[in-house]
Write a protein that binds this ligand. Structure first.
Ligand code: HPA
Length: 238
């Protein structure tokens, strides 16, 4: 099957839109809390659709708004969607700017869903291919479990201790609803977290959105080459 790739860009990663050759705007909403643009064009000579920005439940949106990018993706015939996000690293081996391939998740906002199929859509074969792509390009790619919390507050020391105890590797406020809706819509998923800050119950610092966006920008080079390599590797079929 010919791959039609979509990429959802998380906080701090939006400049990846600038990598598109011959961009065409499909949709724009600059009034929402995080401005949203849907663009089509070419990356590494392959057609892609970029979703720059997403909506979150903590902004007061309901499922129709949260799933808007995924519904666009479905209408545009996307069959492979790369979801990206900024996340706080819980795993002690992680460093700021690491990229983590999500292999499973904890969903702490289950009550927001009306969808009745609730499965883990992370595909082992696809993920093995991504790990290979990273290896071939000599890139370090972490793997782990992502926890979706409602936000917008960052985590307390007690919450961090709890998350670490239960084997969570990274925490954020997005991606899981999109993953479930995309999976239920028949779209294959790859999900990547950019580790923008480290969470430790002993740390004295306080996480804020500015720090997260800045760190996202710092990991841009790694992130951007990984995505380009994935787009090249998956261009024909998957
Ligand atoms: N917590 C929750 N969401 C996040 C974080 C965090 O530390 N960093 C980036 N997104």
């Amino acid at each position: 099957m010919k791959t039609r790739i979509g990429i959802v860009l998380g906080s701090g990663l939006h400049s990846f839109s600038d990598e598109i050759v011959s961009p065409g705007k499909i949709y724009e909403d600059s009034d929402s809390f995080h401005s949203i643009q849907v663009l089509k064009g070419k990356i590494s000579n392959n057609e892609v659709v970029i979703f720059s920005g997403r909506r979150h439940y903590y902004e007061g949106y309901d499922n129709d708004d949260i799933f808007q990018n995924i519904n666009f993706a479905k209408d545009l015939g996307i069959n492979l969607l790369i979801l990206t996000n900024a996340a706080g690293g819980i795993n002690r081996r992680f460093r700021v700017s690491d990229i983590m391939l999500i292999t499973s998740h904890y969903n702490f906002i289950k009550n927001r869903f009306t969808e009745n199929v609730m499965t883990d859509y992370y595909d082992k074969t696809l993920n093995a291919r991504i790990k290979n792509t990273a290896l071939r390009n000599k890139m370090i790619l972490r793997t782990g479990s992502y926890c979706c919390l409602s936000g917008p507050m960052y985590e307390t020391k007690s919450e961090i201790r709890y998350l670490a105890k239960y084997g969570i590797d990274a925490v954020g406020m997005s991606t899981v609803p999109e993953m479930i809706h995309a999976g239920n819509s028949g779209i294959k998923i790859i999900a990547l977290s950019c580790i923008t800050n480290l969470l430790s119950e002993n740390s004295t610092g306080i996480t804020d959105h500015k720090e997260v966006v800045e760190a996202g920008k710092n990991s841009y080079q790694t992130f951007s080459s990984l995505i380009k390599n994935i787009v090249s590797d998956f261009s024909d079929k998957f």
